[in-house]
Every structure is written in C-alpha cells, then in structure tokens.
Design a protein around this ligand. Structure first.
Ligand code: NAD
Length: 499
C-alpha cells in the first residue's frame, strides 16, 4: 500500500438521516406531518441537509415524554445527574472536530476563530455543571423556640429551552447543564438556521440520559417555538434570542404564571479612556476593542461592543490603529482554517445588515472602513465585511438598534459624565467594556453603567461559573453559574416543624 496516498476526510459529517428529526423519549422520530426544512451553508449558499419541521402536535409529544420522565429524574441524587453532564462534556471533547465543522458550515462562523472554541467551551460548561450541581442546598432557619424550619431547592418540572443560531452549541450546553443538573427535564428547540451541531450533541446524549429527560424538537419559531412557550405543562421557558420574540415568550409564559429566563439582545458600549492609548497599552486596547465588537463572529453576538466611545484626545490615534488591524482580518469560507471572519447567517439578516449600512452612508456617516455590500442577488455568500462609521451621534438608528452584523460606530467623547450618559442611553443593558488603567476610573464608571456584565481591559467570552444575564430590556435571570441555575431553575420549598 502506498502510504503517501492522502485519505481525504469528509468536509463535514452531518447528523445521520434518522437523527435530523426529533429526539423524543429517547427515540429519533420524524414529525407527525412529515414536514421538513432545509439547512443552508451561508458562506456557499448551498443546502447542507434537510431536518424535520415540528409543529404543536410534535411539541406535545416531547412535553409529554419530559413530563413522564420528571418524577424519577428529580429524585436522582444530584451528584448522579452531575456525572451524566460531565460524561456529555467529555463526549463532546472527544468529538470537537466533527461538531465544530458542522457548526461552521451551518452558522458561517469561522472554524478556527469561532466554531472550534465554541464547542470546546460547551464541553467546559457541561463539566462545570457536572461538578457544581451537587451544591443544590437549602437553608435552616431560626424561627424561634419549638420550631425547626428548613428549605429545599425543588426543580420546576419541564423546561422548554429555545435558542438562537449565533452560538447554538454553547447555549444548548448552558440550558442542558442548568435544567437537567437541577432536576428538571428538558425540551430543547434549536434555531431553524443552525440545528445540526446541536443535533450532533443530541446524538451523543441520546443514550446517556434516561428516556424523556432530554428531548429535542427542530422547527421554526412560529410552528415549534411558540407552541413550546405556550404549553400548559412547560413549567419554565428559558429563552435566548431577540427582544421582539422575548416579549412574545414573556407574554405566553405570563398567561399561565410560568417561570421564564430571558437572555435577549444588546447594544453594548465600549469606552476607551486616554490612559489606555499610551504606547505601552494601545496594542492591547485595540485588540480588546476588536474582540469586544466580535468582528470574528461577523458582529453576530449579543454582547458585541458595537458603540465605541473613544476620548477625543486619542480618537484619531486609536481609530487609525483599529482600522488598520480590522483591515488585516481575512474574510472567507468558515471551513477554511485561514479564515478570521465568515458569513452572516441568512439572506434576510444580510439584507437587514446591508440596509443599516446603506442608510448610514446615505445619511452622511464617514466610513472609516468598509462599504455597502452587494445585494442578495449578487452575493455568492453573505459577506458584508467589517464596517466602521464615525461622524454620527447616539441618535442615529445604527447607533441605537442592534445591527447584529459587523458594523461598529465610533464616537469621540470629552468627559466621563458625558460618556456614561451616552452608554446608558439605550433600552438594552447586556454588556459593557471599559479600557483604562486607572483603577478609580474603572470602578467609578463600571458602577454607573447599567449592564449585566462589565469587562475592564478584557473583551473575552463568558467563563463557566460567572453569573451572566442582562439588565433593562436585555433580559431577566442569570445563566452560566450555579447561583443562576438555582435562582432560575428551582424554587424554594419551606418546611416548618413543631418540635
Ligand atoms: P430570534 O429571537 O429570532 O430567534 C431565537 C429563537 O426563537 C429561535 O429558535 C427561533 O426559532 C425562536 N422563535 C422565533 N419566533 C418565535 C416565537 N414566536 N415563539 C417562540 N420562539 C420563537 O433570534 P435570532 O435571530 O435567532 O438570534 C439573534 C438574537 O439573539 C439577537 O437579538 C441576540 O442579541 C440574541 N442573543 C442573546 C444572547 C444572550 O445571551 N443575551 C445570546 C445569543 C443571542
């Protein structure tokens, strides 16, 4: 045999035919009405594969399976539930490459910069919850002589989890870890644009949890997400997605006095003080600004620091460096290891991003880099490429609304008071970034900004263990931490005994 013959690996291995349907009660089934949806590669504009499209009837079956599995699952010792989460994390680690390639193909998120790190992070999240869920402790209370009172943390029941397409594997891991770890059962609905990598994770989980504990229904928001959020037997909905859909979910849950966690959008400020632009610090600051904007995920991140406020004294210096560095980023096919930035998820979102860019150009914004991308009809893949605007103020639509694309607005500021006021002048309050090497400035400014997660001289992703959640209209509840899991996925039961 000629050992020099190269065996070409398949580019991606999509979930097996039987596994592109629904996982209900431990079985892979097809939707009752037999309907399907195509999943596309946004870098190539080709169909990857076809998945089952569930509706209310299928959601009913999944919720029934989760309801039946709940009594036994909740009684399992929490450390035993944790061991299964750890095992799922380990299985993901053993299959990182295969899952990451599927993820890159369906989301358009570059393999090297985004998809592979996301899958690694999902495994870490599951191992984190695997370890800490044994901390599902209650309290004892000194209610006075003759009374002994204690609390326990009780799971809520069936959790319906609805996730978006921008980082589906790690968000699935967060929901699985929090819901199952605390003794709830789960019906997970991935986004219609990016369900395949989540189905890969479901393949790994299918024989791990008892039947009915973990179920997956694929389908559209209207046909599968809405019935799940409205279902009378779903005790809690954990939703990550847009503000608009979050409002619909909140209404649906309120109608039955259910529980909800909402992780919604953002328009996060990124503030650069002059002392972060000295020769010693400027490189780190510029890298931080670019990382905060999540350019490597085409800006499709809820925590994107998409409003950049730079002190007027260092504005030109900082922006020259930011633009030069952004222009070095390589845009291309998400499966190519050399690619830094992939594609926008679909034609509709691409059109929307394009309209934000065109509107700002039309209104006279100064373009520091980028241009209006070609119309959908002319685009081979959905690559707008990074755009940086200046010459605008906080009142412009591009500075107020979540573009969810690689569009950064840069505005000079004069005083700390002014920039804090601008930073807070938004309905959102998800994240914020502050670059300064003066500790008192950092503490004063972070204290005044209304956001769920503030980072100083850092712009990385969430780390398991930290509580993460939005302020204002960016959401309700916290995820990623054990406190978040206990607060959001359990209720306290008090027992008071006459002794
Ligand atoms: P989206 O709200 O359109 O969809 C999210 C999910 O909701 C999908 O699974 C979709 O099928 C489902 N859905 C749609 N309509 C529904 C309905 N009527 N009822 C129930 N479910 C429905 O969001 P998207 O475009 O997929 O994702 C982008 C948004 O997600 C951005 O706003 C982003 O900021 C936000 N996001 C937030 C976080 C966070 O942690 N705060 C993380 C990632 C993304």
């Amino acid at each position: 045999m000629n050992s020099s013959v190269e065996v070409k690996q398949p580019e991606i291995v999509v979930p097996a035919a039987g596994q592109t349907g629904l996982l209900v009660n431990g079985e892979w089934i097809t939707p009752k009405k037999g309907r399907t949806l195509d999943v596309e590669n946004p870098c190539r504009r080709t169909v990857i594969t076809t998945i089952g499209a569930s509706d209310a009837e299928d959601v009913d079956a999944a919720v029934a399976a989760a309801t039946a599995a709940f009594p036994k699952w909740r009684r399992l010792a929490s450390r035993s539930r944790g061991a299964l989460l750890t095992e799922l994390g380990n299985r993901i680690t053993a299959n990182v490459e295969e899952i990451a390639r599927v993820l890159a193909a369906e989301t358009g998120n570059a393999l090297r910069t985004q998809s592979r790190p996301e899958v690694q992070s999902a495994a870490e999240v599951l191992r984190y919850y695997g370890g800490v869920v044994a901390e599902q402790k209650g309290e004892t209370l000194p209610l006075g002589p003759g009374l002994f009172s204690y609390t326990t943390r009780e799971p809520l029941g069936v959790v319906g989890a609805i996730i978006p397409w921008n980082s589906p594997v790690v968000l699935a891991a967060v929901k699985i870890g929090m819901a199952l770890g605390t003794g709830n059962t789960l019906v997970l609905k991935p986004a219609e644009d990016a369900p395949l990598a989540v189905l890969k994770v479901a393949e790994l989980a299918a024989d791990l949890f008892p039947a009915g504990v973990f179920n997956v229904v694929t389908g559209t928001g209207i046909d599968a997400g809405a019935p799940l959020s409205k279902h009378a037997n779903v005790a809690k909905v954990s939703f990550t997605g847009s503000l608009e859909v979050g409002q619909l979910v909140a209404h649906a849950v309120a109608d039955r006095i259910g529980h909800a966690t909402l992780e919604l959008g953002g328009k996060s400020p990124c503030i650069v003080f002059p002392d972060a632009a000295t020769p010693e610090h400027i490189d780190a600051t510029v890298n931080g600004v670019i990382a905060a904007m999540r350019f490597a995920r085409q800006g499709q991140s809820c925590t994107a620091g998409s409003r950049l406020y730079v002190h007027k004294d260092v504005f030109d210096t900082v922006m020259t460096r930011v633009v030069a560095k952004v222009n070095e980023l390589r845009i291309g096919d998400a499966l190519d290891e050399r690619t830094d930035i992939g594609a926008i998820i679909n034609a509709e979102r691409y059109k929307e991003v394009r309209s934000f860019i065109a509107e700002a150009v039309e209104a006279g914004a100064t373009t520091l880099t980028g241009s209006v991308p070609p119309a959908v009809e002319q685009a081979d893949g959905f690559f707008p490429g990074p755009v940086i605007f200046t010459g605008i103020d906080n009142s412009w639509r591009v500075a107020r609304e979540e573009v969810f694309g690689p569009v950064l607005v840069a505005i000079p500021f004069s005083t700390e008071q002014e920039v804090v006021q601008w930073a807070n002048d938004t309905v959102y309050g998800l994240a914020a970034y502050v670059f300064t090497n003066d500790l008192t400035t950092a503490m004063r400014v972070t204290d005044q900004i209304d956001a769920g997660w503030l980072q100083v001289n850092r712009a990385g992703g969430q780390i398991p263990g930290m509580s993460y959640g939005g302020a204002k209209q960016s959401g309700i509840g916290a995820e990623y931490s054990i406190e978040g899991a206990l607060e959001s996925y359990t209720s306290r039961k008090s027992v008071t005994i006459n002794v």
